[in-house]
Write a protein that binds this ligand. Structure first.
Ligand code: ACM
Ligand code: ZN
Length: 531
């Protein structure tokens, strides 16, 4: 239903500031840059209040788009479901009824664009978005969103012209994992903030939010069977005067659904066998020494703690399996991240149970004990239909048979693991560590990252799942500070994960990025401004 339908058109140069006249062709400021785009000249007037036409398969995305357009325009937007023809098929286009509409449809012939690819066609009459999947239709909607004025993000200016260039986009991502990791342990992130991040990920066609939920600085996810994890494991001792926090399972379920509607998979990370003081503070009997322990305050740095899970104690595996059961029940993600990084071996060297385990299993050293630990957890996850992913230290002592590797200490781990036929996500400190200062990793440097460069063999390239930016929060300890580290470098990584290398061009990207700052302002993102 329409409350009002205004069709105010002003010069399009307000939409594309570098356009000299209403009709001049100018590259639309789409990020990531589409892999196929043809401007057809001319413009289409998108009426405020234009209906969104859907089929049953695109209804969910249509409702998302309508909600966005409603917020933007202040008008109620009709979501109109197309009826099926006598053969049960949906006509891709109805030349009478679709005039002036945004039409979202599935088109099996677009399977050639892959599961996230889409076609966006704008002519003088309508906007049509089609794909072989609802995910692709969603990404087409994000491209349309970026063609609207920045003020559409908040609806603050309701009489803006909605004029979009006539064009045809056929687009699909280079990689299927385009992610951001957020450390919720060192600094607890509010649900509201995580929702804002998810909105930004969707806008830039990123599809993974990896939540680092447990570490030495706190355990942040409710596990019903072990209430102390979020009792003493999530809260600092009083003398630190620091607040902690955790997500209940009900809250996390809502966040997962919020993300799903925006095509973002939340990948949970439960750290083991190290970085686990959140768990050991609550259940010290899971360590080699028996404790007692406290969670480690973030303001003392990101320090690596010597105490880790005891690898010789079977009750540690009972505990971890029970935790993972609840994690799997909550998160639909195919991958479960188990950390595996920075595990000091000193406690294991002196622990009779760990040493007995090594003798029993014929393990030569503590590196092999870590590998045995990760393999055992991998077996458990695989039996539940999930895949294990871990930081590149899981290569040490031998990689678990089906494990995927997140390469962070440079790209070497990713090179090695992909060469061995394992899937990898590239997030090296050199380009993807968003907690590093902007003077160390500039936007241009992040943009230059190629997750699967020409030096890789065909086999290696085929195992690169994609790219991920990581924000650790021992220095960025507030949400504005996290924003300042993440943006706009994450946007550069988004293009590195989506756009073919031949189409990447720093000057062109930086001109398009310049036209996104207004949008980020509207979204309340405290991006780095170069001060
Ligand atoms: C890491 O940065 N320790 C994965
Ligand atoms: Zn031990």
């Amino acid at each position: 239903m329409r409350m009002f339908a205004a069709t105010l058109i002003v010069c399009v140069s307000s939409l594309f500031p570098s356009a000299g006249s209403c009709q001049s062709a100018v590259t639309p400021p789409l990020i990531p840059r589409p892999n196929g785009l043809r401007l057809n000249g001319g413009w289409m007037r998108l009426s405020i209040g234009s209906p969104v036409v859907v089929t049953p398969q695109t209804r969910e995305v249509g409702e998302y788009l309508a909600a966005f357009l409603e917020r933007a325009s202040g008008s109620l937007i009709e979501v109109r479901e197309r009826s099926a023809g006598p053969d049960g098929e949906y006509a891709p286009w109805d030349s009478d009824a679709d005039i002036g509409a945004v039409v979202l449809s599935l088109d099996p012939t677009l399977e050639r664009l892959g599961p996230e690819g889409y076609r966006l066609s704008i002519d003088s009459n309508s906007v049509r978005i089609s794909s072989s999947t609802a995910d692709g239709v969603f990404y087409g909607c994000q491209s349309l969103r970026q063609l609207l004025p920045a003020t559409a993000e908040t609806g603050r200016v309701r009489d803006a012209a909605w004029t979009v260039p006539q064009m045809q986009v056929e687009d699909s991502p280079r990689f299927r994992w385009r992610g951001l990791m957020v450390d919720c342990s060192r600094t607890f992130q509010s649900l509201e903030y995580l929702r804002k991040l998810i909105d930004c990920l969707a806008l830039y066609k990123l599809n993974v939010l990896h939540l680092h939920l447990t570490d030495d600085q706190g355990w942040r996810l409710e596990i019903e069977r072990y209430p102390e994890l979020t009792g003493c494991g999530a809260n600092y001792p009083e003398r630190y005067h620091q607040s902690g926090g955790f997500y209940t399972q009900a809250q996390m379920r809502q966040l997962i659904e919020y993300a799903r509607l925006r095509r973002v998979t939340i990948v949970p990370e439960i750290e083991m066998p190290g970085h686990c003081m959140g768990a050991l503070a609550a259940y010290p009997q899971l360590s080699c020494t028996g404790g007692p322990f406290e969670i480690f305050p973030f303001f003392k740095g990101d320090g690596i703690q010597a105490d880790v899970f005891c690898a010789g104690n079977d009750s540690v595996f009972t505990f971890l399996q029970n935790v993972l059961d609840e994690v799997i029940g909550l998160f639909p993600s195919r991958y479960v991240h188990v950390g595996g990084d920075e595990v000091p071996k000193t406690r294991w060297e002196h622990c009779p149970l760990c040493q007995a385990r090594m003798r029993k299993e014929g393990l030569k050293n503590e590196e092999e004990l870590q590998s045995w630990f990760i393999r055992r957890i991998e077996g458990y996850l695989n039996a539940k239909g999930r895949l294990l992913i871990g930081w590149d230290e899981i290569l040490q002592g031998g990689l678990a048979p089906r494990a995927a590797v997140m390469s962070w200490r440079g790209t070497e781990g990713g090179v090695r693991a992909s060469g061995m036929g394992h899937d990898v996500v590239m997030s090296p400190t050199s380009h993807c560590y968003l907690d590093y200062e902007h003077t160390t990793i500039s936007v241009e440097k992040a943009y230059s990252f190629d997750p699967a460069p020409e030096t890789f063999t065909g086999q290696q390239k085929s195992h690169v799942l994609g790219v991920q930016g990581n924000i650790w929060t021992h220095i960025a300890v507030s949400e504005p500070a996290v924003d300042r580290q993440v943006f706009p470098r994450l946007i550069a990584l988004a293009e590195a994960g989506w756009t073919a290398p031949a189409l990447k061009d720093w000057n062109d990207f930086s001109a398009r990025l310049g036209r996104h700052f207004r949008r980020l302002d509207e979204l309340g993102v405290n991006y780095y401004k170069g001060e």
